[in-house]
Design a protein around this ligand. Structure first.
Ligand code: PEP
Length: 256
């Protein structure tokens, strides 16, 4: 059985005060929810103060990116060690917005992934096709390139520690969710590919999240799909009521 994982990507939202208010509200909403991983990924400026507020909580902390070097003259960057030091357990890698606006490539994703694993951070590696790629019937080809490139040189034991988020770019922040059938088709493809890259047991143990306009209204149907183990949530993670609803509904879906 794979443990459900619901993660909130706050992107570039929330001042320190706003972030503290949201975490206070989430702690109140979700304190008694068990048997799933709940993660919030605020901007860097909030990590350390939220870590203090989450010490007794069932909510874990994640960052939205990292740099692969340990330290050095890399102005503006933050290392895996620094994220651990700030209290992170998770880190998002290769989000489509980073690929689109900050020239993230499968090669840089790979280096970041290795740095995260080395420092015992759980990486949430994002992959997904654009609308143009879907319409050109190249979704699977794109996923294969991103997965094999991103996971190059990662062994079986390391792969088992990774979470993969399938996020079709056309569904992120657009209000358009992939249908549960489209999402499951992609997740199944990813799991089958992982079985080829590693083995069936490893592929069955890796958690796959869906991301793209997840809301309280669509989470249950998505979670009922056999290969969807959770969600990476953007817009709906910015409010305690919607993120709380998503986490509760996801926790309530019983998988066969
Ligand atoms: C995301 O940022 O990863 C995301 C899926 O955003 P949204 O839920 O707003 O589409």
């Amino acid at each position: 059985m794979r443990k459900t994982i619901i993660a909130g990507n706050w992107k570039m939202y929330k001042t320190i005060k706003e972030g503290q208010e949201l975490v206070n509200a989430l702690n109140r909403e979700l304190y008694n929810l068990q048997n799933l991983d709940i993660v919030v990924c605020p901007p860097y400026t909030l990590l350390s103060c939220l870590a203090d507020m989450l010490t007794e909580s069932n909510i874990a902390l994640g960052a939205q990116d990292l740099f692969w070097e340990e330290e050095g003259a890399f102005t503006g960057e933050v290392s895996a060690q620094m994220l651990k030091d700030a209290g992170c357990q998770f880190v998002i890698i290769g989000h489509s917005e980073r690929r689109q606006y900050f020239a993230e490539t499968n090669g840089s994703v790979n280096k970041k992934l290795k740095a995260a694993l080395k420092h015992a951070l759980t990486p949430i590696v994002c992959i997904g096709e654009t609308l143009k790629e879907r319409e050109a019937n190249s979704t699977f080809k794109v996923l294969e390139g991103q997965l094999t490139g991103g996971l190059s040189g990662i062994n079986q034991e390391e792969a088992a520690r990774i979470v993969i988020a399938y996020e079709p770019v056309w569904a992120i922040g657009t209000g358009k969710t992939a249908t549960s059938a489209q999402a499951e088709e992609a997740h199944k493809y990813i799991r089958d590919l992982l079985a080829k890259l590693y083995d069936l047991e490893t592929a069955e143990s890796i958690r796959l999240q869906y991301g793209g306009s997840v809301k309280p209204e669509n989470i249950s149907e998505l979670m009922q799909q056999p290969d969807i183990d959770g969600a990476l949530v953007g817009g709906s993670s910015l409010r305690a009521d919607s993120f709380g609803d998503i986490a509760r509904k996801a926790a309530g879906v019983l998988k066969s």
